[in-house]
Design a protein around this ligand. Structure first.
Ligand code: PRP
Ligand code: URA
Length: 214
């Protein structure tokens, strides 16, 4: 069992309920996509708990008062493709966020990530950065993304996923001394194809309805 103060597994009955539907192989693509979005917003509420705020004097229709506002910008970085399924959920909570993309897919034999695209806003160096990908399996993809973000100068970094495998959590936490992980579930193990068990299968295919591709 992985235990770390940098691993946060959401413990909530409605998250458990929604995850059950997400995992079910009879759940439609539309339903799957909507659930990923809903679960992401719930996850994001937890993952943004320590975002800095500052005082902001305002006037309500009744009286002046000192309200709060976020003190710095945010960037959501999506690991393509499946990370895009979490973007709407993140932006529901942080409509002011910038969005960046890192394209990578796992080689089916080696299970190592292959990079094919990158587009990141310059603000990431100063922003609170939230890296999103529904699946943390071996950790190869997220470690590559985190390493690149650190190389670019990102200091405040949080990783959000729907489902994590213990192997991936260990790998990410060992690879980076500061990143925190927020997940809806910590599953049992990886199978011989490096798929999370019980997991949801291929998240990208279930989000984008590409179970049968050319
Ligand atoms: C999936 C998933 C992660 C990665 C996780 O992407 O969305 O990016 O695998 O596995 P890892 O922790 O072992 O690296 P996939 O390679 O299926 O690409 P896709 O999002 O384009 O479907
Ligand atoms: N990628 C997925 O989409 N699912 C897994 O279980 C592992 C990697």
């Amino acid at each position: 069992m992985v235990s770390s103060d940098r691993l946060h597994v959401i413990d909530h009955p409605l998250v458990a309920h929604k995850l059950g539907i997400l995992r079910d192989c009879d759940t439609s693509c539309t339903k799957f996509r909507n659930l990923v979005s809903e679960l992401t917003t719930i996850l994001a509420v937890e993952a943004t708990r320590n975002v800095e705020v500052q005082d902001k004097p305002i006037t309500t229709p009744v009286a002046p008062c000192v309200a709060k506002e976020v003190a710095r910008g945010a960037t959501v970085v999506s690991i393509l493709r499946a990370g895009n399924g979490m973007l709407d959920g993140m932006l529901q909570l942080m409509p002011y966020a910038h969005v960046g993309f890192m394209g990578m897919y796992r080689n089916e034999e080696t299970h190592k990530p292959v990079h094919y695209y990158q587009k990141l806003p310059a603000s990431i160096v100063e922003d609170e950065v939230f890296l999103v990908d529904p699946m943390l399996a071996t950790g190869g993809s997220s470690i590559d993304a985190i390493t690149e973000l650190r190389r670019l100068g990102v200091r405040r970094l949080t990783f959000l996923c729907m489902i994590a495998a213990p192997e991936g959590v260990e790998a990410v936490l060992s690879a980076d001394p500061d990143v925190s992980i927020y997940t809806c579930a910590l599953d049992d193990h990886l199978n011989e194809n490096a798929y999370i068990v019980p997991g949801v299968g291929d998240a990208g295919d279930r989000i984008f309805n590409t179970l049968n591709v050319l």
